[in-house]
Design a protein around this ligand. Structure first.
Ligand code: NAD
Ligand code: WQD
Length: 336
């Protein structure tokens, strides 16, 4: 165990019971790292931690805390010699962020400040932050890290822009810090075991969980938000990435983390329309997804996909799973 702290790290994963966090815990544990999760379970369940243990046959240390609370965060840093923080904890429902802006600004920004402060106090140098392609706003596609960011259309998006900015300013003042800002495109799919996946509360906002619930007949039909966009078939185009590829991207980012701020797109570089994804799901799983075309959803852009060359060259990471895998794995999880 003499490599602990050198290549095997004690990683604090905030939001580790959530969708992307739980898959990343699996990849971290399988790579030999120790995982400490901090999650208040506001959008997840403790059982997910048990499933992570079951998949990996490894231990996970779990703290049910709110990471906006200074004292609760301090307990973790004083109990464990943390080497790196991966900060997933946050609220992510775009529509809700318009209704409750203060809840979103408080939770998503204060958590970033509190954790970064704790890192400085306890000498933790490595921070990985969950950012989003939403920070690009309505830029030219493909989105590339060097672009000037354009305004987002909602408070959720602004919390990501602001958290990125806070972390950049902190590194500017403390050049020993090593920060990676990971801009995720659209994660879908699930671990191949079908034990963990995306399980939103209530009616899903996002496309894939909506499709799987239509397939389950929990929902009647998919509402396609607009078919008059300037895209291949008029429906919105996104860069869907398998959540396990995304999880592997975090471990690659951790392995390559050096002092300074590093921004990476984590996507596939491929665009898929709403109707293409729906058809792929039907064909992969042999189920029918009835749909109806409705009005555009306010705030949506026509097309969004990544330039992934930076992550490929600097992190030696590339998404390997395709749309069919994403559809099969999403359905395996939902139908379990
Ligand atoms: P999720 O809701 O499944 O996971 C977030 C986790 O954070 C949940 O388990 C929740 O209980 C926890 N949490 C929230 N606020 C907390 C707090 N104050 N203290 C402790 N725990 C708290 O969401 P996800 O899809 O796994 O997203 C993870 C991160 O990635 C988020 O920051 C999200 O904004 C970002 N992101 C997600 C997507 C996406 O499409 N899913 C895309 C881009 C970025
Ligand atoms: C995908 C496409 C919709 C639902 C959101 C956030 C973004 C990021 C990822 C966190 C679009 C269409 C959807 C439905 C539909 N999250 N659609 N019917 O909007 O690209 O990104 O999640 O950072 O910030 O905005 O993802 O899955 O909601 O939509 O037609 O019931 O599917 O219009 O074209 P989106 P999505």
């Amino acid at each position: 165990d003499f490599l602990r702290g050198y290549i095997y790290l004690n990683v604090l994963v905030t939001g580790g019971a959530g969708y992307i966090g739980s898959h990343t815990c699996v990849v971290l544990l399988n790579a030999g790292h120790n995982v400490i999760v901090a999650d208040n379970l506001c959008n997840s369940r403790f059982e997910t931690i048990d499933k992570v243990k079951q998949i990996t046959n490894k231990e996970v240390i779990f703290y049910q805390i709110d990471v906006t609370e200074d004292a609760a965060v301090a307990v973790i840093f004083s109990n464990h010699k943390i080497d790196a923080v991966i900060h997933f904890a946050g609220l992510k429902a775009v529509g809700e962020s318009v209704e409750k802006p203060l809840v979103y600004y408080y939770n998503n920004i204060v958590s970033t400040i509190i954790l970064t402060k704790a890192c400085q106090k306890y000498g933790v140098k490595k921070i990985i932050f969950s950012s989003s392609a939403t920070v690009y706003g309505e830029n030219e596609i493909p989105f590339i890290e060097s672009m000037k960011l354009l305004p987002t259309t909602n408070p959720y998006g602004e919390t990501k822009v602001m958290s990125e900015r806070i972390l950049m300013d902190v590194v500017n003042a403390d050049t020993a810090l090593a920060v990676s800002l990971l801009r995720y495109f659209n994660p879908i799919g699930a671990h191949e075991s079908g034990l963990i996946g995306e399980a939103p509360n209530g009616i899903p906002n996002n496309l894939m969980p909506y499709i799987t619930q239509v397939a389950q007949k929990k929902l009647d039909k998919l509402k396609v938000f607009g078919n008059d966009y300037p895209t291949v078939d008029g429906t919105g185009v996104r860069d869907y990435i398998h959540v396990m590829d995304l999880a592997e991207g975090h471990v690659a980012a951790l392995d390559h983390l050096t002092a300074g701020v590093h921004i990476y797109n984590l996507g596939t570089g491929q665009g898929t329309s709403v109707l293409q994804l729906t058809k792929a799901f039907e064909e992969a799983n042999g189920v029918e997804i009835p749909y109806v075309i409705v009005d555009r959803r306010p705030g949506d852009i026509a097309e969004c996909y990544a330039d992934v060359s930076k992550a490929e060259s600097k992190l030696n990471w590339k998404a390997k799973r395709g749309i069919v895998d994403m559809c099969l794995d999403a359905w395996r999880f939902e139908s379990k």
